[in-house]
Every structure is written in C-alpha cells, then in structure tokens.
Design a binder for this molecule. Sequence first.
Ligand code: HEC
Length: 136
Amino acid sequence: MKIKFILPLFVVAVLFALVSFTSSSEPQYNDIDEVVTIDIPENVKAIIDNKCMGCHSDEAKGGKSKMKMNFDKLSNGDYSTGKVISKLDKIVKMLGKDKMPPEKFLAKNPAKKLTSEESKLISDWASSQSSIMKGE
Ligand code: HEC
C-alpha cells in the first residue's frame, strides 16, 4: 500500500535532482578563474602604445608601474577574467581623475599628455569592455 505512494515521489525527486544538476553544471559566463584575451581596437591601441606602454608593458623598465598594469598581459591572456575587469575599471578611474600618465613624468614629457579625446576613447573602450565581461 505504502510503496504506491512513495515510488512516484521518489521518481519526482530524482527528476528534480537531475534537472537542477544539469542546469548548475552549465558553464558560468563570469567564471572568475577563466583566462581571457581581449581585443584592443586599433585606434585605442595606437594611443596606449604611444602614451602608456613605455611604463606598462613587458619591455617597460619601471618596476611598480609594470607590476600594477601591464597592457601586454592584459591582451595576451595572462590575467584572469576577474583581474582584467578590475584593471579595466582602474583605467577608467585613473583617466577620470587625470592621473595617467603621472604628472611628474608629464612635466618632462609634455607630448605624452592625453588629449581629452584620447582619454575619452580609452575610457569608453575600457568601460564597455568591462561591462561586457561582467555580463551587464
Ligand atoms: C612614466 C610612467 C607611466 C606612464 C607613461 C603611464 N603610467 Fe600608469 N602608472 C605608473 C605608475 C608608477 C603607476 C603606479 C602608481 C602607484 O600605485 O603609486 C601606474 C598605475 C597605473 C594604473 C593603476 C593600476 C592598478 O592596478 O593600481 C593604471 C590603470 C594606469 N597606470 C594606467 C595608465 C594608462 C592608461 C596610461 C597611458 C595613458 C599610463 N598609465 C601611463 C606609471 C606610468
């Protein structure tokens, strides 16, 4: 008598478990450990090459600047998704406050100052790239 009642319940429970298992094993879009490569559009890359790479690339001499922000690592997949997002957000923040390139450096190299259009191009790219990666 009892088994007639329990068996269907058991079947439902197994089906339910199967459904939730398959949906949770779908790839997570925002997998923080996944390594990514990102594309920097040519017009943005040209500005970064000219005005940022001297300090923020594999070839840069500086210790701290290279350690904190390396555009080679950003584009060739050496940073995890989480790190790329945080670096992109830092770019927007730094440029929003007019902090890069550093003032001291600009005093000697005024030609490296970003024009407001250049700053906007880099910031717009970085913030849209960051939004895409956050799945916004
Ligand atoms: C003369 C060298 C120099 C140039 C050129 C330069 N930076 Fe920097 N940058 C630094 C240094 C040094 C730091 C570290 C500042 C600190 O933490 O005290 C830094 C830090 C940063 C950070 C913060 C990274 C983090 O995770 O904290 C970002 C973002 C950044 N720079 C973006 C840029 C961009 C974009 C450009 C080009 C428009 C640029 N920088 C040009 C020297 C430079």
